[in-house]
Write a protein that binds this ligand. Structure first.
Ligand SMILES: Cc1cc2nc3c(=O)[nH]c(=O)nc-3n(C[C@H](O)[C@H](O)[C@H](O)COP(=O)(O)O)c2cc1C
Length: 351
């Protein structure tokens, strides 16, 4: 789903458009006793899963199933990073091994959430608070997933530390209520798990193949923080020290991931603190993406929904061509498969 603003001949993609190859991954996922897949992120372990239709990258079979998908993207000249995640408490019993409670930094659940279409409500169980002794195994799951991604042929991995999932559940003081161990309390302690994961993954595959996604300002899945400027700044500085390839930050205006609001905050301090390649995302158009890059606010702009709806987005940007509009109703739908691979290319449109 990511692209450099307006220019890229090679398009970094997180979204797979090779439907036939995807079906093989889905079959592998079903074989693991889990639901099939529709999203960009790949779970790092069996306990990482939290949604129907999400893929994984922790078994041999999954790695093999990814290979033709990755090959298909490379054959089109794409650069392909695999986003790896653990949903933590944004999960439910049916996604967990043996129907156990999901794990988190806390034992407090996410409040019930209404679906995009407003027609249903998802409730979340109380998670099990991870003991500090269990954390090295979580770090190791990310490391192994990154190794697997390399084996599957991906060009790199993006560590998902955003949007209220496990790493964000440790980062933010509105969720992380641990008082007495190395992973809670102070800002440094809350950042520890995410930074340990990044260091382990960078040690495994090389920092030059690692990106990190952060959303200190986004309150998705009840992941709030009392001082997101300090959180974002600290993470950015530490990631700069670790020398990762890029930092991908979600705009402060995206308090909810899919709604653009107004904010007094800016990503500029995070960019300055990081010092490396800085990717911004959230509510961008071609015009303000260009402005962000020209003004030195970002190196790259990631597009989500407009890329989903426009498979040839870079070309349309180059030509100044009109865009297909995205259809919210088809976000995250699994059956029938609509809204991911069937938006028309420019050349398909009636002249
Ligand atoms: C259908 C759909 C799937 C998404 N999948 C992911 C994902 O796998 N990982 C992620 O970090 N964000 C995901 N997002 C969020 C987008 O990356 C992005 O942050 C959000 O859409 C806001 O950017 P935009 O205004 O350019 O769409 C997804 C969004 C949509 C609509």
């Amino acid at each position: 789903m990511q692209s450099g603003s307006c220019s890229a001949d090679t398009v970094p993609v997180l979204r797979v458009r090779a439907a036939a190859a995807r079906r093989r991954v889905l079959r592998a996922a079903r074989h693991q006793g889990r639901a099939p897949d529709r999203r960009g992120h790949r779970g790092v372990s069996h306990s990482a899963q939290g949604y129907p239709d999400t893929p994984g990258i922790w078994t041999r079979e999954q790695v093999e199933a990814w290979k033709p998908v990755v090959d298909a993207v490379h054959a089109k000249g794409g650069v392909f990073f695999c986003q790896i995640w653990h949903t933590g408490r944004a999960s439910n019993y049916q996604f967990q091994p043996n129907g156990q409670a999901p794990v988190s930094s806390t034992d407090r659940p996410i409040a019930p959430k209404r679906s995009e279409d407003g027609l249903s409500v998802t409730t979340y169980p109380a998670p099990r608070r991870l003991a500090a002794e269990e954390i090295p195994a979580i770090v190791d799951d990310f490391r192994v997933a990154a190794r697997n991604a390399m084996e599957a042929g991906f060009d790199g991995v993006e560590i998902h530390a955003a949007h209220g999932y496990l790493l964000d559940q440790f980062l933010k003081d509105g969720v992380n209520d641990r008082a007495n161990d190395a992973y809670g309390g102070s800002l440094a302690n809350r950042c520890r798990l995410a930074l340990e994961v990044v260091a382990a993954v960078a040690g495994e595959v090389g920092a030059g193949r690692v990106g990190v996604r952060l959303s200190p300002y986004t309150e998705h899945m009840d992941a709030t923080d009392s001082d997101p400027d300090a959180l974002g700044g600290n993470m950015a500085r530490e990631l700069g020290r670790l020398g990762v390839l890029y930092l991908h930050a979600v705009e402060p205006r995206m308090v909810r991931p899919y709604e653009r609001g107004e904010t007094r905050h800016s990503l500029r301090p995070m960019r300055d603190a990081f010092g490396g390649t800085f990717v911004v995302a959230g509510g961008y158009t071609r015009e303000d993406g260009d402005r962000a890059v020209a003004g030195g606010y970002a190196d790259l702009v990631a597009f989500g929904r407009v890329f989903l709806a426009n498979p040839d987005l870079p070309r349309r940007f180059q030509l100044g061509a009109p865009l297909n509009e995205y259809d919210r109703k088809t976000f995250y739908t699994a059956d029938p498969v609509v809204g991911y691979t069937d938006y028309p290319f420019l050349d398909d449109l009636p002249k």
